[in-house]
Write a protein that binds this ligand. Sequence first.
Ligand SMILES: Cc1cc2nc3c(=O)[nH]c(=O)nc-3n(C[C@H](O)[C@H](O)[C@H](O)COP(=O)(O)OP(=O)(O)OC[C@H]3O[C@@H](n4cnc5c(N)ncnc54)[C@H](O)[C@@H]3O)c2cc1C
Ligand code: FES
Length: 512
Amino acid sequence: MPGTTSIWQDTHSIAPRPALAEHLTTDVCVVGAGIAGLSVAYTLAKAGKRVVVLDLAQIGSGESGHTTAHLANELDDQYAQLEKARGVASTRLTAEAHSAAIDVIEGIVRAEGIDCDFTRLDGYLFLGGDDTREVLEAELAAAHRAGLTEVELVERLPIRGDEEGPALRFPRQGRFHILKYLDGLARAIESSGGRIHGNTTVRSIAGGSPAVVTTDAELTVRASDVVVCTNSPISDMFITHVKQFPYRTFVVGLRVPKGSVPDALYWDTLDPYHYVRLQPMDATHDALLVGGEDHKTAHDDDAGERFDCLEDWAREHFPVGASSVSPVVYRWSGQVLETHDYLAFIGRNPDGAEHVWLATGDSGMGMTHGTIAGILLPALITKGTHRWTQLFDPKRVTLHSTELLEMAKENADVALQFRAYVTPGQVGDVADIPAGEGRVVRRGPHKIAAYRDAAGTVHECSAVCTHMACIVDWNTAEKSWDCPCHGSRFDPLGKVIGGPATADLKRITSNE
Ligand SMILES: Cc1cc2nc3c(=O)[nH]c(=O)nc-3n(C[C@H](O)[C@H](O)[C@H](O)COP(=O)(O)OP(=O)(O)OC[C@H]3O[C@@H](n4cnc5c(N)ncnc54)[C@H](O)[C@@H]3O)c2cc1C
Ligand code: FES
């Protein structure tokens, strides 16, 4: 059975960058080397700014390395829904922004000669479950009002028989190999004088002139502007986190003969929805990447079942070969941040910290949202204005009742997570933890995150998340401690690997 390495990590490696080893002064410090961070750094470096990028791991090791990299101007929550929440003027700007992002990626691929399998292709939205034609008709009308006038209703999907229509066809979508793209972006940044440092965890960011970034090695980067692209922001500890919610989403990759599935993007109308695309593997086969089965982070630990459901769903809808032989060659998962009103937060840090900017909340649209950050934030930094400023403003509050209700429900769920302080541990004793696994154990009033390594040694940390003190939970598939409240993640030994937390889980020594 395959592990949880993504197809991108399996087929391309990016040279690691060294850790920051000195204090620096620069024009812009970008924190996070995923698609958002590198898109921002690329635009600024090309504009002649001195840019320093810092990442706690390496280029593309966050959610960007776990994506499926659909490049779409169809919104994953659909235009009909966005229109109800924010009106037609907003859907028009949204369609413009996501379309521009695909154009920008295509332009960068050409200008920098990045060999990353970039392809333009159609995207199809088709009916899932009991959804009816009216859902597609409403979305078609909303997409047209948003300015996507080439979208059309077709009676059949290219993959399936007569019984499988109707669907909406979105022309000129895209797909690429994300790590090859990020590799190309990184090289272009460096050849324009930018610096990229891996293995450098940012612990704090202070706004001002200059703004100051402090790392785990107590090194500082003083910058005229700091751009926080850590997926979940580490500069704003509260405001954005009550308006966005972490979900885990799952992917299987099935080996299929070339030509057996037409090359397109496919999404169904379910919530959570399925998302499907091809990625070339070799001369004779492609990988059919099938994603979905989302659930709230750390609310279930059942990745195996989610992968099985995706394989069953793929068999039902695509020609993937005999059921006696599993064609699954990849299985992985990742985290997305769903905002209260379907659009990312990109702009000035909402707590007012001077010269601090952020990009977050990109949902299942992070490839385009990250690229939009690469257009919008450099414009705000250098010119102070852009036509998309209000659309993505991190301080915005959307007053439509459905979205307010959803936000209240999500935050009530966060409050409920504090029950974990009084519940029993997942196992009664660390002796019950198998090698290579972690479990939360109760010891008196304390919850302990205990991990047994392959050699049998048990490593213990406090299970209290260092962001706002929720109790973390073990993620069996990804071997990490995940926080159910705002999605912070920690490796088995408690080292922070994803924000909003910036501090590691507190280690427990044998004397405590
Ligand atoms: C399974 C899956 C499928 C998806 N499919 C699609 C899709 O088809 N199309 C699409 O558009 N989007 C998709 N998405 C969403 C998209 O992949 C993400 O939204 C996007 O990659 C996020 O990019 P980012 O640069 O914001 O974050 P990341 O790629 O996570 O980068 C953030 C970086 O910040 C670093 N970091 C964090 N904390 C610190 C710190 N304290 N100090 C220093 N560095 C730090 C991390 O190490 C990381 O490298 C998918 C996501 C998943 C999980
Ligand atoms: S991520 Fe906020 S409490 Fe853990």
